[in-house]
Design a protein around this ligand. Structure first.
Ligand SMILES: Cc1cc2nc3c(=O)[nH]c(=O)nc-3n(C[C@H](O)[C@H](O)[C@H](O)COP(=O)(O)OP(=O)(O)OC[C@H]3O[C@@H](n4cnc5c(N)ncnc54)[C@H](O)[C@@H]3O)c2cc1C
Length: 472
């Protein structure tokens, strides 16, 4: 058995682990990084990157079929599903070097390609190496949760880990789960020519503001995606090429392929956490505000910590703990300024609480302003007028924003900045946006906040009247 001593041991080379390792080593710490599977983790190999690449293929196909209203005749797209998957793989290949073992070794990180598990509260074993570290960071991510539905083991099913290997286009894709992953894959597959049925036990896109989610769901429905809500799955039967899903209320859905996208489970199984006295909760590893586990030497970040499960959250967590790991400074993870986006077309984006959640917190101090895309000239020019922005404001400061519409994921960046820095609505209103841009919806939302104050105020009218009369 080999023995290594290090300042910092990072378990898991995904979005969170790589960010901590890169930051810490470049600031002078001795870092060991363990990865039992693929460098880059879920986001690069099975998540954000392949899903966004396949969505891009779907957009191309959709564009060809819907160009007539722009004066360019519609064409029936010649879709080659396997070639779309080749495109997905090329995109992964292009990003891969940034997350590679070679790059990290070049930075000075000692990379060990093994799964790690605790053997005591200070030691982790990875293959034939035992590592003793001053601090340990668990960044082992999450895996698709496959619920124990009657019959699930008797049928072939796909998850976000296996979908990318599929080379034949599904004739009819059944998707259990109407969350962001399910809906993104539903639209991409529909646009690439599959029939698609989404089977959702409650409400599709149920974590988002229902008014905003409806913008997306209406569009998805208009593209021919069947969305069955309130359909709790009871049992599944079938075999290769035909799968039938029965819901508890007696509905039946039959398709050629099945994708299970009902949620995630934190990757803690391999870690032997008991040996290090690290406790878990129902959703992941139990951490405090500083992302410390019940073992003070050990931190947990990203998906495994069981909070918001996004790449940018894992990256944010990395920044939070680097402060305390390397500089022994107090540092807390917050959530109020964390955005998220669903990359359907139109997109759906949120930062801070939804309108309903904000109303519960702020009561009648909350003001909500809206601006619809159909008043934005660029959206009109591009025929992307579905959607709206809503900004939740308390005493002149935005506390949340929701956007459903073209480029919502890009537009939310501004509100993330505003909310992270506790800026005022007046500062957004002071911004000059280039015309004509979709981004003008942000400024117009701020305008919608001030319009009644300026245009409907008798005081303003009196002052203006006075100035006109008194000043020559
Ligand atoms: C289909 C899909 C689409 C998504 N799209 C987006 C998106 O558009 N935007 C977004 O922000 N997020 C998206 N996500 C979420 C995003 O992928 C995750 O939030 C992110 O990858 C979490 O990073 P992480 O570092 O916590 O874990 P991961 O990136 O999963 O990395 C964990 C790593 O730890 C390794 N590991 C596990 N156990 C051990 C062990 N014991 N020893 C050593 N190594 C171990 C794993 O092999 C893995 O490589 C998507 C997810 C999915 C599934």
């Amino acid at each position: 058995m080999k023995r290594i001593k290090t300042d910092l041991l990072v378990i898991g080379a995904g979005s969170g682990g790589l960010s901590v390792a890169a930051g810490a080593v470049q600031m002078g710490a001795k870092v060991v990084l363990l990865e039992g599977h693929k460098m880059g983790g879920d986001c690069l190999n099975y998540g954000c990157v392949p899903s966004k690449a396949l969505i891009a293929s779907g957009k191309m196909a959709y564009g060809q079929e819907h160009s007539a209203e722009y004066g360019v005749a519609n064409a029936a797209p010649q879709i080659d599903y396997a070639a779309a998957k080749d495109h997905v793989n090329r995109v992964i290949g292009q990003i891969e070097p940034v997350d590679s073992q070679e790059r990290f070794e070049g930075l000075g990180v000692h990379v060990i390609r093994e799964f790690g598990h605790f053997i005591s509260d200070k030691e982790v074993q990875a293959g034939d190496t035992v590592i003793t570290a001053r601090r340990v960071v668990i960044a082992t991510g999450s895996s698709p949760f496959v619920p124990p539905i009657d019959g699930i083991d008797t049928v072939p099913y796909l998850t976000n880990e296996t979908l990318w290997e599929l080379r034949e286009r599904p004739e009819h894709l059944l998707i259990i789960g109407g969350g962001p992953i399910g809906m993104e894959m539903a639209q991409a597959h529909r646009r690439l020519g599959s029939k698609v049925t989404v089977i959702e036990g409650a409400k599709a896109l149920g974590k988002d503001d229902p008014e905003m989610a409806d913008v997306v769901l209406t569009k998805l429905g208009s593209e021919g995606i069947e969305i069955a809500e309130g359909a709790l799955v009871d049992r599944i039967e079938g075999g290769d090429g035909t799968v039938t899903v029965h819901s508890k209320d007696g509905r039946r859905f039959t398709g050629s392929h099945l994708l299970v996208a009902v949620g995630r489970k934190s990757n803690t199984d391999k870690l032997n956490l008991e040996a290090a006295r690290i406790e878990t909760t129902r959703t992941g590893i139990n951490v405090d505000d500083s992302l410390r586990t019940t073992n003070r030497r050990v931190y947990a970040i990203g998906d495994v910590a069981g909070g918001l499960q996004f790449t940018h959250v894992a990256g944010y967590h990395a920044g939070v703990i680097i402060r305390s790991l390397l500089f022994a400074l107090p540092s807390k993870a917050k959530t109020a300024h964390i955005p998220w986006a669903t990359y359907t077309d139109p997109e759906l984006a949120q930062v801070g609480p939804t309108e309903a959640q904000a109303r519960e917190t702020y009561g009648n101090r909350l003001e909500v302003v809206r601006f619809h895309y159909n008043h934005n000239d660029r959206a009109i020019a591009e025929r992307k007028t579905e959607g709206l922005i809503k900004v939740m404001v308390v005493k002149g400061r935005p506390v949340a924003a929701s956007i459903a519409g073209h480029q919502a994921g890009e537009l939310i960046n501004l509100w993330s900045l505003v909310i992270a820095n506790k800026m005022k609505m007046s500062q957004v209103a002071a911004m000059v946006s280039p015309y004509p841009t979709i981004g003008e919806v942000n400024k117009r939302a701020a305008g919608a906040y001030f319009s009644p104050r300026l245009f409907e105020s008798n005081t303003v009218k009196r002052v203006v009247g006075l100035v006109q009369r008194l000043i020559p």
